[in-house]
Design a protein around this ligand. Structure first.
Ligand SMILES: Nc1ncnc2c1ncn2[C@@H]1O[C@H](COP(=O)(O)OP(=O)(O)O)[C@@H](O)[C@H]1O
Ligand SMILES: CC(=O)OP(=O)(O)O
Ligand SMILES: [Mg+2]
Length: 405
């Protein structure tokens, strides 16, 4: 990445990607047309114990240290970004960024494809902050920080919502008065860059890729989507990224009557309810121990088990719903941190999905072998795959294509 006037002109052109999540900032640097990054890393644990990890394309460690960052979640996110900008300055020697691609969680109704950022579009994206309070502010922060250090480099926004704009009208509609729907109060769906990556890679792993596919993106934020013909037809996340599955700290699907109860009976205001729904619930709230699946699986506390059981139960319930939306099920894909690594979660979900004809190959599921892999038994009616997702590659791909690099 070139940061004039520090570096000379004989640098390799590349695309830089930033993916600011709720508790992490992932970054990568791709040489043009590369299938794997030349540098990849993340600052995770933001809000708890921020830590940076980075390696080069050959897998050599570039950094792996705790960061001296404290304070509120918001402050930590901003400090982490400033740290990353400095870090990129010192590790970017020899590279010239031709474009920077950002994951932007909410693109509203308008953005069904990646877009070149302008001040007007940046302002428009800021109006979606309340729809994705855990993500959109950090996405915009990243855009601003890069704009300051690389003012002449074009920046591209790649939207989590874009992939789902293909859904049928019914799948996007709440049973609300029409005026609210017309205003844009509808189901958008998120994690679209991850689903798009899976949709692109599916044909290499199954000859049923264009059939009825359910994808479970299980990370700190978790959602599921149904695809037919590799296009999204339904998703568990809706208007915001708090809907659907139970997550690390988010409730997922909740009777709206609970929110009214919190307002009327508990006298909580919108800020307190937002905090409860987004940051104090999910695996953390139910277990009272941690939002981290690794810790819960390692714990013998009954509340940890209850949290994991509820997580799996909610996935199984949503799987039935997505199979109904897709008209059946040919393939089930597990992906993201939990989906790719937590064999006990996959086992529990597949056991509960036996009614769909899913039969797990337990040995394949537990094998510590590399991804991708098939974990269903040969006589399973549904093929079950574990596929790695790569939002970073997807962002780099869109950035390069949009800029004609
Ligand atoms: N080996 C593992 N076993 C079980 N869970 C894991 C493992 N590795 C990562 N995870 C879980 O994956 C989740 C984070 O997923 P990730 O996709 O990286 O999240 P995000 O991108 O939303 O921050 C955490 O709950 C973490 O505990
Ligand atoms: C939309 C969403 O939940 O994203 P993440 O998984 O990065 O939190
Ligand atoms: Mg994620």
């Amino acid at each position: 990445m070139s940061l004039p006037p520090y570096y000379p002109d004989n640098e390799k052109p590349c695309v830089l990607t930033l993916n600011a999540g709720s508790s992490s900032i992932k970054f990568s640097l791709f040489e043009l047309d590369a299938t794997a990054p030349a540098l990849v890393g993340q600052i995770d644990g933001i809000g708890a114990k921020p830590h940076i990890k980075a390696k080069d394309g050959a897998g050599n460690k570039l950094d792996d240290v705790d960061l001296d960052i404290t304070g509120s979640q918001e402050r930590q996110h901003h400090q982490a970004l400033l740290y990353l900008v400095k870090w990129l300055r010192s590790h970017g020697e020899g590279w010239k960024a031709k474009g920077v691609g950002h994951r932007v969680v909410h693109g509203g109704e308008k953005y069904a494809a990646p877009v070149l950022l302008t001040p007007d579009i940046r302002r428009e994206l800021a109006s979606f902050v309340s729809l994705a309070p855990l993500h959109q502010p950090h996405n915009l922060d990243g855009i601003d920080a890069i704009g300051e250090i690389l003012p002449d480099v074009p920046q591209i926004a790649c939207f989590d919502t874009a992939f789902h704009r293909s859904q049928p009208v019914l799948a996007q509609t709440f049973a609300l008065p029409r005026a609210l729907t017309d205003e844009g109060v509808k189901r958008y769906g998120f994690h679209g860059l991850s689903y798009e990556f899976i949709a692109r890679s599916l044909p290499a792993h199954t000859d049923r890729a264009d059939g009825r596919v359910a994808v479970a993106h299980l990370g700190n934020g978790s959602s599921m989507a149904a695809m037919v013909g590799r296009k999204s037809v339904a998703s568990t996340m809706g208007f915001t990224a708090v809907d659907g599955l139970m997550m690390g700290t988010r409730t997922g699907n909740l009777d709206p009557g609970v929110v009214l109860y919190l307002l009327d009976e508990k006298k909580m205001d919108a800020a307190a309810i937002t905090k409860l729904l987004y940051k104090q619930s999910g695996l953390l709230g139910v277990s009272g121990i941690s939002q981290d699946m690794r810790e819960l699986l390692a714990s013998d506390h009954p509340h940890a088990k209850e949290a994991v059981d509820l997580f799996c139960y909610r996935i199984s319930r949503e799987l039935g719903s997505l199979a109904a939306a897709a008209g059946g099920l040919d393939v089930l894909v597990f992906t993201a941190g939990i989906g790719e690594h937590a064999a006990p979660v996959r086992e529990q979900v597949c056991a509960q999905a036996g009614w769909l004809g899913i039969k797990l190959d337990r040995e394949a599921n537990n094998a510590p072998s590399k991804l991708p892999r098939c974990i269903s038994a040969p006589d399973s009616a549904v093929e079950v795959l574990v596929l790695p997702t790569d939002e970073e590659w997807m962002i780099a791909h869109h950035t390069q294509r949009l800029l004609g690099l």
